[in-house]
Design a protein around this ligand. Structure first.
Ligand SMILES: Nc1ncnc2c1ncn2[C@@H]1O[C@H](COP(=O)(O)OP(=O)(O)O)[C@@H](O)[C@H]1O
Ligand SMILES: Nc1ccn([C@@H]2O[C@H](COP(=O)(O)OP(=O)(O)O)[C@@H](O)[C@H]2O)c(=O)n1
Length: 214
């Protein structure tokens, strides 16, 4: 079974994808980490003239070992860099095969990102699109960063997330929209457990309907 989980920044898609993977005993890939690793690899060239070719080379040479440093990868700065390399078509093309092979491993997988239901796994068995209002998303990200001992300027964080979402939505190479057959799950008023219960219910119901069709 392949489960695609998409949604905007800090909507809770990673947490849900991890929970679904645990529940159904499937491997999980957070595809945002790939873009974050490419972004970090070219951080010193940000907005410079050779940013684009350097990002393409970094994506083509990406080594899964680069996904290990979670603290660096999940920083707010890495998120901004990720969204800048994510608009470069050849970067997306270079990362496609890794994501697709992960999805197609025997038994299936859970992948979360922005274009899983639309581009990476248009054939996924179940697609979820996770939403939460911007203030709730900012507050979740703020608390996540504060738990690491970082001092967070909520006003700046809110604007940074809005700017990243806007760049993502306008990404000409993206596919960052809710797939027509994706189930919308708004987690604004749900805690992590309630959101996971709702997601499991959607997956079970979708799979039961599919089994009934056969
Ligand atoms: N439904 C929820 N209610 C409250 N906090 C949540 C919820 N879902 C996720 N979180 C928290 O919000 C933060 C961002 O969640 P995450 O899953 O990393 O989001 P995303 O992958 O969409 O960026 C994490 O600290 C996570 O524990
Ligand atoms: N499948 C994906 C996943 C992430 N991304 C890009 O990578 C950035 C970081 O993604 P992420 O999922 O790690 O970010 P959060 O939603 O966790 O904040 C996004 O803002 C997108 O620009 C992408 O283009 N395609």
């Amino acid at each position: 079974m392949i489960i695609a989980v998409d949604g905007p920044a800090a909507s809770g898609k990673g947490t849900l994808a991890e929970g679904l993977a645990r529940h159904y005993r499937l491997p999980h890939l957070d595809t945002g980490l790939l873009y974050r690793a490419v972004g970090l690899a070219v951080a010193d060239r940000e907005d410079g003239p050779d940013f684009e070719p350097a990002a393409i080379a970094a994506a083509q040479g990406l080594d899964p070992a680069q996904l290990a440093d979670r603290d660096a990868l999940t920083s707010a700065e890495a998120g901004v860099l990720a969204s800048k390399v994510a608009v470069i078509g050849p970067v997306r093309a270079a990362l496609f095969d890794f994501q697709r092979s992960f999805a197609l491993q025997p038994g299936g997988a859970v992948l979360d990102g922005r274009d899983i239901g639309t581009k990476i796994c248009p054939d996924a068995d179940v697609k979820l699109f996770i939403q939460a209002d911007s203030k709730a998303r900012m507050e979740r990200r703020a608390r996540q960063l504060e738990k690491r001992g970082l001092v967070v300027d909520r006003y700046a964080l809110y604007h940074q997330i809005e700017a990243r979402d806007a760049r993502d939505m306008l990404n000409p190479n993206g596919g960052f929209y809710k797939a027509a057959d994706a189930h919308l799950l708004d987690t604004t008023l749900l805690d992590i457990e309630a959101a996971l219960r709702a997601a499991i219910e959607i997956v079970d119901r979708t799979m039961a309907l599919k089994a009934g069709d056969r």
